[in-house]
Design a protein around this ligand. Structure first.
Ligand code: NAP
Length: 296
């Protein structure tokens, strides 16, 4: 079997198009322009790239983008003051504090200081609780993007066996909640899971969010299963830098029914879902109908 490729890059373009359409409608019908504020503390090169890309795509979809760049030695009080200002700014519908933060800053404290209605990353404890209890919430972008691709490929996910490898708060746990919400039978695997290959072989859907290059080989995958590879790992091969996922694409694509590539799979969907969340937050804040198909 040769797997179908789930093209996240193309899918993300359709999500951005939908977002741009809703933004144009909001401007025309209600005179509202959704706004996304991104706060970057310090000069982590990867974070700088992400923040630039988020700002660019926000503007491209017609939204307002606000960037706050703060020094690496910014105090907790100063950062909290910026978040508070954004919480109170009616032009700002989404707030994202780029992680990781420098070590002297308490990430949980900062994230939980964001107004949950503007928490477009979906990391605030209120949103985590709402998602866990099946209520309307802001959904973390990476798992939301995975869910959109799975729904698009399969239609209904009801009754499917899903194995999520990884139990982080930003990917693994919310991914499992979303799959449960779509009536999958969900197993969450992690570094202490016994006989991981056998667990994975039971899956109709495998979501790998581990952070270990090509850890999941094809012979762990059930024939015809759908594989969503969240991993982004930089490796050196044949003297060249390369991006690879947590799944060994070469062998897995020979057995899987469908698979996301790295790059070009989950990655592009994450920013597209951030834009989608900003529009959703803007509609909710203004008591307007939410766009369909842009959230869980
Ligand atoms: P993380 O916080 O480091 O969590 C990794 C998880 O993998 C942990 O739950 C860990 O288990 C588990 N794990 C580690 N080694 C394992 C093993 N040998 N067998 C089974 N499970 C193992 O990572 P994360 O933030 O969730 O990110 C995971 C990957 O996704 C990374 O490559 C990251 O770069 C990528 N990512 C991509 C996007 C995107 O937009 N595409 C977004 C976010 C993250 P324990 O809990 O037991 O330690």
């Amino acid at each position: 079997m040769t797997a179908n490729i789930i093209d996240g890059k193309a899918f993300a373009a359709t999500v951005r198009e939908k977002v741009a359409g809703h933004v144009a409608r909001l401007k025309e019908e209600s005179g509202i322009t959704p706004g996304l504020a991104v706060v970057l503390v310090g000069e982590d090169p990867a974070s700088q790239v992400y923040v630039r890309s988020k700002g660019k795509q926000t503007v491209e979809t017609g939204m307002n983008s606000y960037e706050y760049k703060m020094d690496a030695d910014t105090s907790e009080a100063d950062l909290l003051a910026v978040v508070e200002k954004l919480n109170n700014d009616p032009e700002v519908h989404g707030i994202l504090v780029q992680l990781p933060l420098p070590g002297h800053l308490n990430e949980d404290l900062i994230i939980n200081s964001i107004d949950p209605a503007k928490d477009v990353d979906g990391f605030h404890i209120s949103n985590v609780g709402l998602l866990g209890t099946g209520q309307k919430s802001m959904v973390p972008c990476t798992p939301l993007g995975c869910l959109m691709m799975l729904r698009d490929y399969h239609g209904s996910l009801s009754g499917m066996n899903a194995v999520v490898i990884g139990r982080s708060n930003i990917v693994g746990k919310p991914m499992a909640q979303l799959l449960l919400g779509d009536s999958c039978t969900v197993t969450i695997a992690h570094s202490r899971t016994k006989d991981l290959p056998e667990v994975v072989r039971g899956a109709d859907i495998v979501v790998a969010a581990v952070g270990r290059p090509e850890m999941v080989p094809g012979d762990w995958i059930r024939e015809g299963a759908t594989v969503i590879d969240v991993g982004i790992n930089r490796i050196e091969r044949d003297g060249k830098n390369k991006l690879v996922g947590d799944v060994d694409f070469e062998s897995a694509s020979k057995v899987a029914g469908a698979i996301t590539p790295v790059p070009g799979g989950v990655g592009p969907m994450t920013i597209a879902c951030l834009l989608a969340n900003t529009v959703t937050a803007c509609c909710r804040a203004n008591g307007l109908a939410e766009p369909e198909g842009l959230t869980a």
